[in-house]
Design a protein around this ligand. Structure first.
Ligand code: PEP
Ligand code: MN
Length: 346
């Protein structure tokens, strides 16, 4: 429920609205401050309570209108926050106009390896370093990451290059250790609806990089983001990484329409991961360029100095040279498509 107060209404009038809500065990969040105060009540209410409250509050002095939220995600909606969110991590921003590139290997494999790739992607112009220390793998026998040792190598690579680190947290009990080393906490596609994990990262003061589930709708993705936001963490980045379809030529099907749709529905930044979508490195540049043209705020790209020797996702990883070439194409395209990121096409 959105409550619009009249311009320059006395503080007392806002207090009376809050009092009515409080009496029913409800709180309000400030959507915009005075002189034109707008309040949002995000809790779910029974239809009878909505009717009663709407009648009561709209009858109060200085209340201009009481409206329902247009959708079931609320804190993530443009109604709650019209201007784009810029997520800040390790001195860098993501969202709000500039294109941000997150690059690095699928998994941290060794100290030397992650330092080499961090230096390489930084030289090519990347803004964030990625690399998994806790890896979700389809088979329990596959390489599942170096754990805390991998986090330490990531932190060292970050110190040496100045690139903030994005890395996955797989389980609630690992949140404190990952948050200790990482700048951005990644929630992988398979955990998009792990609500306990979403709430746990919602309690951290680190940004959350939330990947779309393999079979999740955009609405479900937004409601997962809502779990993080509702816990008080406003820094959420959404990531389209391909969804499962009947098409076997790619690992997943990149849903390019997710970009303009999400950008209309939410103020949160939208990143595209063409690597996990394509599953094949030769497709990654075309999908990356398409994502930027569609208005993505950022890209997440897997890069490995020797993809053929990678312990995970080598088939979809670019080597440093191919990544450098792609960055050369991305920069002019990003300049040209600035209006798409700024929301001017919508
Ligand atoms: C990853 O980023 O390495 C990863 C496992 O991605 P996803 O969760 O999208 O499969
Ligand atoms: Mn991967």
């Amino acid at each position: 429920m959105i409550i619009l107060m009249r311009e320059n209404c006395p503080k007392k009038a806002v207090g009376r609205v809050l009092g009515q809500l409080r009496r029913r065990g409800l709180g309000a969040r400030l959507i915009s401050p005075a002189p034109r105060t707008v309040l949002g009540v995000v809790e779910e209410m029974a239809p009878a309570l909505i009717e009663e409250l709407t009648g009561l509050i709209s009858g109060l002095e200085s209340v201009e209108a009481v409206e329902p939220f247009g959708a079931s995600w609320k804190l993530a909606s443009r109604e709650f926050k019209a201007e784009p969110t810029v997520v800040r991590a390790g001195g860098r921003g993501l969202g709000g106009g500039e294109l941000a590139v997150v690059a690095g290997p699928c998994a941290v494999e060794s100290r030397e390896g992650i330092i080499q790739v961090a230096q390489g992607v930084r030289e090519a112009g990347a803004h964030f370093l990625r690399g998994g220390a806790f890896k979700p793998r389809t088979s329990p026998y596959s390489f599942r990451g170096l754990g805390e040792e991998g986090l330490r190598h990531l932190a060292e690579a970050s110190r040496l290059t100045g690139l903030p680190v994005v890395t996955e947290v797989l389980a609630v009990e690992d949140v404190p250790v990952v948050a200790q080393y990482a700048d951005v906490l990644q929630i992988g596609a398979r955990n998009m609806q792990n609500f306990a994990l979403l709430e746990a990262v919602g309690e951290q003061d680190k940004p959350v990089f939330l990947k779309r589930g393999l079979m999740a709708t955009l609405k479900e993705l937004l409601l997962s983001a809502e779990y993080v936001l509702a816990k008080g963490n406003p820094q959420v980045i959404l990531c389209e990484r391909g969804i499962r379809t009947f098409e076997p030529e790619t690992r997943n099907t990149l849903d390019i329409s997710a970009v303009p749709i999400l950008k209309r529905l939410t103020h949160l930044p939208v990143v595209v991961d063409p690597s996990h979508a394509a599953g094949k490195r030769e497709l990654v540049p075309a999908l990356a360029l398409a994502a930027v043209a569609a208005g993505a705020d950022g890209l997440m790209i897997e890069v490995h100095p020797h993809p053929e020797a990678a312990r995970s996702d080598g088939r979809q990883s670019l080597d440093l040279e191919a990544f450098g070439r792609l960055m050369g194409f991305l920069e002019p395209l990003a300049r040209l498509t600035g209006p798409a990121r700024a929301g001017l096409l919508h």
